[in-house]
Design a protein around this ligand. Structure first.
Ligand code: GLP
Length: 240
């Protein structure tokens, strides 16, 4: 695991965008793994800017990490809408090449398997962006998630619902269930870039970078990933 401590969110955005630009120039039909949350936003801003200057996403495919279960179609906080607003509508990626787990499916296990199949059919993820939860979760793999897990339904713990309540009118509106790529799914991405900023992430960063590899801290599995890059600002790195 390579840990890089940078001066701020803008610099983090540029470094991650450099890796994505290098990938797209080498492999124009690359498969990108996209994350929601505030951590990757500077990357998306930087990529939108580079797209306006000619960086081409037209042959790329994208897969998002996770989705709430039970939000009505088109709900502004469904991750399908969030990723569209924050990234994919701002670059020239084809909308039909942007995939996410179907949180409104009637048959949830079938939808999860279909998502795994779609990732495999695309040839797997070349570069996966990740944030990390204050409890060490990645995607929505909460503490205790199996390292071998695949895309499936999960219950959110209260801390995560509270962390995410800022996007909803009230805590009561935050769904209790989500679909998420599993830790086993994420570990198959060829390159993982995890971004964490701010003092509220310092403890989780310390645990997953320096602590034991344990399901109690799901992000710690990245210690076993052959190509994982962790981009931190000084506040997020302050407990290392
Ligand atoms: C949610 C998402 C995660 C994300 C986390 C942290 O729980 N499912 O993918 O990493 O929030 O979000 P933020 O980057 O806003 O701190």
């Amino acid at each position: 695991m390579e840990v890089v401590i940078l001066g701020g969110r803008r610099q983090i955005g540029k470094l991650a965008a450099d890796a994505i630009e290098e990938l797209l120039r080498r492999k124009p039909d690359a498969v990108l793994g996209l994350a929601t949350g505030s951590s990757p936003l500077p990357v998306y801003d930087e990529l939108a800017e580079r797209n306006s200057r000619g960086l081409d996403f037209s042959r790329a495919t994208a897969f998002t990490l996770d989705e709430y279960v039970g939000l009505p179609a088109g709900h502004p906080e469904s991750y399908r809408e969030v990723i569209r607003r924050e990234f994919t509508d701002r670059v020239n990626i084809a909308p039909e090449k942007v995939h996410g787990p179907d949180g409104s499916a009637g048959d949830i296990p079938a939808a999860c398997q279909a998502y795994e199949d779609a990732i495999a059919a695309a040839g797997g993820v070349d570069l996966q962006l990740l944030g990390v939860g204050t409890d060490g979760h990645i995607a929505f793999n909460e503490p205790g998630s199996s390292f071998a897990s695949r895309t499936r339904i999960k219950s959110l713990i209260e801390q995560t619902r509270r962390d995410n309540a800022r996007f909803f009118k009230s805590l009561a509106e935050v769904p209790h269930h989500v679909l998420t790529q599993g830790l086993g799914t994420l570990m198959e991405a060829r390159h993982v870039i995890l971004i964490a900023t701010g003092a509220q992430k310092a403890q989780a960063v310390r645990e997953f970078v320096e602590g034991p590899v344990s399901a109690i801290c799901p992000a710690s599995i990245l210690q076993f990933h052959p190509h994982a890059t962790v981009l931190l600002d000084e506040a997020a790195a302050s407990a290392l």
